[in-house]
Design a protein around this ligand. Structure first.
Ligand code: CA
Length: 342
């Protein structure tokens, strides 16, 4: 027993296509016995892997929310060999508010795992994912974007797990996703993140950053849709006869976010002017940003320099920055292809 207080009318083992809600009890002034009803669909056709496709761990990351809603409308049981669980916006209160953290408890769901069945709403959600959904699954597509504060080049990603064979399996799934950029996160050993749960459960696990800046990246939406279908085909979950026009994968360039030096932080509060663009290669020591003092115009701006060679994968989106905000993130290009990781 998971001990979760979240319940659903759905039978995860039922054949066919069923949509409904995860009900998160939320007793408040205007709804004494109320629940937060989080949309979910389960589409099952016989034997095969179970794939969880989830958006909205962060509410202000929109591309996957759009794509998973579309897949809920389009996918039918006879398209599949196995089971697909679709959740467009798991942290629904954050998604409806358009915020990274939940307005109910100010918690970042991706720092709440493995959660708490008796905790605050976001902790209860994380616990449900970890204790009820993930044990049923073989594969987790945990789709993200940069959100309001970051602007990312669209890509899917893997994390370097302790299990090298699983990392290799994930890399093959990343190659099948087939975007122009693929990222390997070698950095961030953070058990409170979703990827920590995926590693503990031994799942095939892909993450992503499909855009950011609090808006919808058109190319990111297309990549999320096409790439998701390509991964389902790669897994054998999408039947060869399914009537989807699946575009072929692109030649992927791989980048490793390898260490702390790949994140560049603002040394002062002020107005951030980027001096590099997304996708641009920079060398260690290169000027990547200026911090301006608009209330002290004669003071020269602070200069911010790269501490390692790399390609700009992400820029801070808002102009105003505080000391300690990440303003640039770099990736080191690696020749990695499936079958060649050490
Ligand atoms: Ca995110």
């Amino acid at each position: 027993m998971s001990g979760s207080r979240i319940w659903t009318e759905l039978d995860f083992d039922a054949e066919g296509k069923h949509s409904g809600y995860l009900h998160l009890p939320h007793s408040v002034n205007d709804s004494a016995y109320g629940t937060i009803a989080i949309p979910i669909a389960v589409i099952r056709n016989g034997k095969g892997p179970t794939v969880l496709i989830m958006g909205g761990i962060h509410g202000d990351e929109y591309e996957a929310q759009i794509v998973i809603c579309r897949l809920m409308r389009e996918l039918a049981p006879d398209h599949l060999r196995g089971t697909v669980i679709l959740i467009p916006a798991v942290n629904l209160p954050a998604a409806m508010a358009g915020t990274r953290v939940s307005p109910l408890d100010d918690l970042n769901m991706n720092r709440c795992f493995p959660g708490d069945p008796n905790g605050r709403p976001t902790e209860q959600l994380a616990h449900y994912v970890d204790s009820v959904l993930l044990p049923r699954c073989d594969v987790w597509l945990d789709w993200h974007s940069g959100g309001w504060s970051l602007d990312y080049m669209p890509f899917a990603s893997i994390h370097r797990f302790r299990d090298a064979a699983l990392t290799e399996t994930n890399l093959r799934a990343l190659a099948a996703f087939g975007g122009p950029v693929g990222v390997v996160w070698s950095f961030f050993d953070e058990p409170r993140m979703a990827k920590g749960c995926a590693e503990r459960h031994g799942l095939v696990y892909l993450g992503s950053e499909f855009g950011g800046g609090g808006s919808v990246n058109r190319a990111g939406v297309a990549l999320a849709y096409d790439g998701t279908l390509r991964v389902l085909k790669h897994l054998g979950v999408l039947a060869p006869t399914a009537p989807f026009a699946i575009t072929p994968p692109q030649a992927t360039r791989y980048f490793d976010i390898a260490g702390r030096n790949h994140n560049i932080y603002a040394p002062h509060p002020g107005l951030f002017e980027p001096c590099c663009g997304l996708g641009e290669a920079v060398r260690a020591g290169a000027l990547v940003g200026l911090i301006h003092y608009v209330d002290d115009p004669l003071r020269p701006p602070a200069t911010v320099h790269a501490r390692t060679d790399g390609t700009v994968l992400c820029l801070r989106h808002p102009g105003r920055t505080r000391r300690g905000d990440c303003i640039v993130q770099l990736g080191t290009e690696i020749p990695t292809q499936a079958g060649t990781t050490a």
